[in-house]
Write a protein that binds this ligand. Structure first.
Ligand SMILES: NC(=O)c1ccc[n+]([C@@H]2O[C@H](COP(=O)([O-])OP(=O)(O)OC[C@H]3O[C@@H](n4cnc5c(N)ncnc54)[C@H](O)[C@@H]3O)[C@@H](O)[C@H]2O)c1
Length: 336
């Protein structure tokens, strides 16, 4: 049995996480859940979005499985997602987007993994107003050689371990010559140590255009924090939407697994949320924990249900008459 901190989260979080826990257990995984709270729900209940008990649990388990957390736009507390990534130094955010044969999209063979630097860049929280009138604000982006080296190294190691052929660094070093320039310089240096894997570099705006015109030119992408956040939603759009994309946040001695999407307040409480993204995050977590049999069993069942396209949520098939709960049950029924 391995202990995992379970945070169900806000909005659609509890419904998709309940499904994920049921599927993970039905697949035969040996997990002892330690339930903890975070996000808007925790803030309303305890006056803090990140209670001490949650931190104590992660300190012990070093592995968390987390639903989406609501962060108010433009005001309120700082993102708990960013806080957890920085606190546990979860420096690599790995977000795979792969076409599903049963999900009709513009392209058929998309297979892109975004490896996003997760601890610094524009998300390090150095933001303030410069005037009392609050009419001038500034944000600082911090890019360090050490964090850049370890994320690019992670991208190349990931490529090697997963038989991928190419790593592309997406950057804006033409304009941001210091922060993005340093990241690109380090990427070029690290690439030289991995001459068996192809290396490419693209400016971020052109990357977006290339990606929607011909995604086959991308394999593994490495970039700084905000570009990775944006690009991974773009890759989600290429393969059928945010309900399908998982994310692993990996550090030296802790890891957190979640969906790429947010708490989707527009569909919360309606049994409409696609549980696939958190289920695939569960598959990534089981592989991380070395529980490969359960991971593969679960992945095959998810693929079967999605590719058949009958018992899936309305974002994948508006005529299915299925919701989150029914899709979860179909996946459990499809487990070998
Ligand atoms: N990792 C996280 O916890 C995380 C990530 C992104 C956003 N957020 C937070 O989530 C809140 C809402 O953000 P948002 O609306 O910009 O993004 P969102 O990802 O919650 O939703 C964007 C759109 O995608 C749809 N969608 C998302 N997940 C889906 C699913 N599983 N199945 C079907 N459709 C799905 C939503 O209905 C919505 O139309 C904000 O407070 C934001 O800060 C949290």
């Amino acid at each position: 049995m391995q202990s995992v901190t379970l945070i169900k989260g806000d909005g659609i979080g509890p419904s998709i996480m309940d499904v994920a826990v049921r599927v993970i257990e039905a697949a035969g995984a040996k997990i002892q859940w330690q339930e903890a709270e975070a996000g808007m729900g925790a803030f309303e209940k305890y006056g803090t979005p990140l209670p001490e008990a949650t931190l104590e649990s992660i300190e012990k388990t070093r592995v968390a499985f987390k639903g989406p957390l609501t962060t108010q736009v433009g005001s309120g507390f700082r993102s708990i997602n960013v806080e957890l990534r920085q606190r546990y130094d979860l420096y690599a955010n790995v977000r795979p987007a792969k076409s599903w044969p049963g999900v009709k999209t513009r392209f058929e063979n998309v297979d892109i993994v975004v490896v996003r630097e997760n601890t610094e860049g524009l998300y390090c929280g150095l933001e303030h107003f410069l005037t009392r009138k609050h009419d001038i604000a500034e944000s600082l982006a911090v890019v360090t050689r050490s964090a850049s080296e370890r994320i690019v190294e992670h991208a190349f190691q990931f490529a090697r371990e997963n038989n991928r052929k190419k790593v592309t660094v997406c950057h804006k070093a033409n304009i941001l010559k210091f922060t993005q320039g340093l990241f690109l310089e380090v990427a070029r240096e690290v690439a030289q140590k991995h001459s068996d894997i192809q290396f490419d570099e693209k400016i971020i705006d052109a990357s977006c255009m290339h990606m929607v015109m011909d995604p086959s030119q991308f394999d593994v992408i490495v970039c700084t924090n905000m570009f990775g956040d944006i690009l991974s939603d773009l890759t989600a759009g290429l393969v059928g939407g945010l309900g399908l994309i998982p994310g692993a946040n990996i550090g030296e001695d802790a890891a957190l697994f979640e969906a790429v999407h947010g708490s989707a307040p527009d569909i919360a409480g309606k049994n409409l949320a696609n549980p696939t993204a958190v289920l695939m995050a569960g598959v990534m977590m089981l592989k991380h924990l070395g529980q490969n049999d359960a991971a593969i069993k679960m992945q095959k069942a998810i693929e079967k249900v999605i590719n058949e396209g009958k018992h899936v949520t309305p974002d994948l098939n508006p005529d299915s008459g299925c919701g989150t709960v029914e899709m979860g049950q179909a996946i459990i029924d499809a487990l070998d």
